[in-house]
Design a protein around this ligand. Structure first.
Ligand code: ADP
Ligand code: MG
Length: 215
């Protein structure tokens, strides 16, 4: 049988991701000071710290209501573009998974695809535009390709992580089309997109959580 992440375990992943985001404050803020308005990490970090402070409440919820609660919390606690985008992603995932009790290799894929589509729709942005979408898009593509090819669950999780990292790294050479970096004369070329960096941190933590605790 494959892996299963219960809602309670998803909260354990959120805690790990929140800790990892917390550690990357100086790095992400320095990046965002170059290409954005410097607040991305402070905003995102306060969203994750808020979730961590709510862990007892979240841990006793069913999957879909928990994802909805996470989305509403991120939307109000983060602010900025990323608050709305992460909020929309989680709310859409909550709807798509209303009948799922846990996340397995199939429902996690639905989760990530739904989150990606919701973020692209809400932000009216596409892959290749130097945003958080790039890490998620390449992670989801690699996940799907590995799954289609019949690779085992460890390989699928490794593919998710590697795809997200490649998407993040590719943002260095991209020109920003949306968001604040697009107002700069060089369109942010030469620097990673801070939102792609923090999205990648979350996807790395998710695949590591599954690799280290579930497979
Ligand atoms: P802002 O300063 O634009 O209000 P944040 O500081 O919360 O937003 O987050 C900045 C990050 O949000 C960017 O690095 C980028 O990855 C992401 N972003 C901004 N606009 C969009 C968009 N329309 N679609 C997807 N991601 C976006
Ligand atoms: Mg900002």
């Amino acid at each position: 049988m494959g892996f299963q992440i219960t809602p309670k375990e998803y909260v354990d992943y959120i805690i790990l991701a929140g800790e990892e985001i917390e550690k990357n404050g100086e790095y992400v803020t320095a990046l965002d000071a170059k290409t954005g308005d410097g607040d991305h990490w402070v905003n995102l970090n306060s969203g994750f710290q808020k979730l961590i402070s709510m862990q007892e409440e979240l841990k006793i919820m069913e999957l879909a209501p928990m994802l909805k609660k996470i989305g509403m919390t991120l939307m109000s606690a983060i602010g900025g573009s990323s608050g709305v985008l992460y909020g929309s992603g989680y709310l859409a995932a909550s709807k798509a998974l209303k009948d799922a009790g846990a996340l397995d290799i199939d429902t996690l894929y639905i989760f990530l695809q739904t989150e990606l589509n919701a973020i692209m729709e809400r932000g009216k942005a596409k892959p290749g535009w130097k945003t958080m979408i790039d890490s998620l898009y390449e992670g989801v593509e690699a996940y799907g390709a590995a799954k289609e090819a019949g690779q085992d669950e460890r390989q699928v999780m490794e593919a998710l992580k590697r795809g997200a990292q490649e998407g993040r790294d590719r943002t260095r050479e991209m020109e920003a089309v949306k968001g604040r970096a697009s107002y700069q004369t060089n369109k942010g070329v030469g620097e990673l997109d801070p939102g792609a960096v923090t999205m990648c941190i979350q996807l790395e933590c998710l695949s590591d959580y599954i690799l280290n605790h579930k497979l």
